[in-house]
Design a protein around this ligand. Structure first.
Ligand code: NAD
Length: 477
């Protein structure tokens, strides 16, 4: 056996052993309400205590990430998930009485949420804290034991998560596994009671295939091309400010970032001019500016460069906004905000999810044409619509499908624990955050409580006139 193979075997055995220990503990006893609240509160305190370290670690993975982005888009939504769960957990855990049809009176029924057992979480790198911990929070709230595998593309953040979780919980309760794509593949083949994966649609298919061997239910949080549609009557300045902020937070490395924008044909040049001004105001410098986040690695940087180059080769026009004319390359990993117009539909940049600070602008003449453009493509993870007319907003909501929608802004429907989050079709399946996370990681158990005064026993064989009369009565003729 080669050294590499024997190392892989050791790793696999270790992963399996850690999983068995976790699942064994999950089978022994359910976590009480108090246990769950204590576990969540401990996490909240540790996150607050290690706030500065979190900011520095994530920034190091990105070679520079705005502290404000880590606070607003990683730390705050994570704390918000914890606080919302703690506030509502008692209510979520209380079995809910439901009313039975009169035919079954005086029996009673209720629905009880129970932990599934051992939950696996495979996370992406772009918001390493929130994407790793939000599913863990939902799984703990639901009373499960959890194994988290953060992405190898943000290795320092993965180690930080391992240290954070390791200091708070026993490895049989919540544990973090680090490693590359091979470890991730082994992880997805473990017989979890539920597996939540965040990542690309391509890897989502592989994960679902692996999980199917164990009949492990999956929640897939995937990506796709999320459009932003501006109605011709809407102020370009207002729309562009929201769209560009949504696009350029985390340098576009956001699953729900607006991927491309649909603007009416006669307002294209106004959109380009306005956007250029807004970007220059937000980021007067790119390299020498802690507000502008960098690309996660050189390979992704090259991928983005190839997307723009191939669009240019296909006749597109690119407007690169680099106000201080700084040198941006794959060494510093600063990718300038780039507006693309006149892009052919079959260019790569209009086929693949961009996941970077490039914004193609597609023009349309009539609103229905823009809606048809969206509907002719895979259901997106997010959809943004800019319009002050509530009738038209309702029309758009009724005539399009998307994982979630924000009207007159970008991304705000995400990170709200009172709203479910998840894609539809190729952008994902299932949902979590808040109660939906609790429900996703629970078995929703129906319980029927028969009464000693039931008359339904009269319908048992041998069937006679009474059973037939009773059946006629309950059927209605
Ligand atoms: P990715 O699919 O390349 O990788 C995600 C994870 O999968 C990594 O942790 C990796 O270790 C693991 N992995 C790799 N090969 C695997 C295999 N064979 N089996 C099992 N796991 C494997 O995605 P990425 O580059 O990390 O993230 C970018 C994508 O994620 C984008 O498409 C983006 O839209 C999507 N995303 C979605 C959400 C969401 O909440 N819906 C959030 C963030 C990112």
């Amino acid at each position: 056996m080669s050294t590499a193979t024997s190392e892989a075997c050791v790793q696999t055995t270790d992963l399996r052993r850690r999983f068995e220990a976790l699942r064994g503990a999950a089978r022994k006893a359910d976590l009480s309400y108090r246990d769950r609240v204590d576990a969540l509160r401990k996490l909240e305190q540790a996150l607050l205590r290690r706030k500065d370290e979190i900011i520095q670690t994530i920034s190091a993975d990105f070679n520079g990430r705005a502290a404000e982005e880590t606070l607003a888009l990683d730390l705050f939504p994570t704390l918000n998930e914890i606080r919302y769960a703690v506030k509502n957990l008692k209510d979520w855990m209380t079995p809910r009485s439901v009313s039975l049809g009169w035919q079954f009176w005086p029996a009673r029924a209720r629905v009880q949420y129970q932990p599934l057992g051992a939950v696996g979480v495979l996370a992406a790198w772009n918001y390493p804290l929130f994407l790793g911990l939000a599913p863990v929070i939902g799984a703990i709230a639901a009373g499960n034991h959890v194994m988290l595998k953060p992405s190898e593309l943000a290795p320092r953040s993965a180690d930080l998560l391992a240290s954070l979780i390791g200091e708070l919980y026993s490895p049989e309760f919540v544990t973090v596994v680090t490693g590359d794509g091979k470890v991730a593949a082994e992880f997805s083949a473990l017989p979890f009671d539920h597996l939540l994966f965040t990542g690309s649609t391509r890897v989502g298919r592989i994960v679902m295939r692996a999980a199917s061997e164990n009949l492990t239910p999956v929640t897939l949080e995937l990506g796709g091309k999320s459009p932003a549609l501006i109605h011709p009557d809407f102020a370009i300045q207002r729309a562009a400010e929201s769209i560009l902020a949504g696009k350029l937070f985390n340098a576009g490395q956001t699953c729900v970032a607006p991927d491309y924008v649909l603007v009416s044909e006669n307002r294209l040049s106004e959109f380009l001019d306005t956007s250029q001004r807004i970007i220059a105001r937000m980021y007067p410098r790119l390299v020498d500016n802690p507000d502008y986040t960098r690309i996660i690695n050189a390979a992704h940087y090259r991928r983005l460069r190839e997307l723009t180059d191939s669009a240019l080769a296909r006749g597109s026009q690119a407007l690169e906004v680099n106000p201080a004319s700084e040198a941006c390359d794959e060494t510093n990993r600063v990718f300038p905000p780039t507006l693309l117009s006149h892009v052919p539909d079959d260019a790569d940049v209009m086929q693949e999810e961009i996941f970077g600070p490039i914004l193609p602008i597609v023009t349309y003449n009539r609103l229905n044409e823009a809606i048809a453009y969206i509907n002719a493509r895979p259901h997106p993870l997010a959809l943004y619509y800019f319009d002050d007319n509530s009738g038209r907003v309702r029309y758009l909501l009724d005539h399009t499908r998307a994982g979630g929608v924000t009207v007159n802004d970008c991304m705000f429907h995400v990170g709200q624990p009172c709203l479910p989050f998840g894609g539809v079709g190729p952008s994902g399946m299932g949902q979590y955050h808040g109660f939906d996370g609790f429900a996703t990681f629970s078995k929703k158990k129906p319980v029927f409580l028969q009464s000693r005064f039931t008359t339904l026993g009269l319908m048992r064989p041998p069937y006679g006139a009474t059973a037939r009369r009773l059946l006629k009565f309950i059927i209605g003729r």
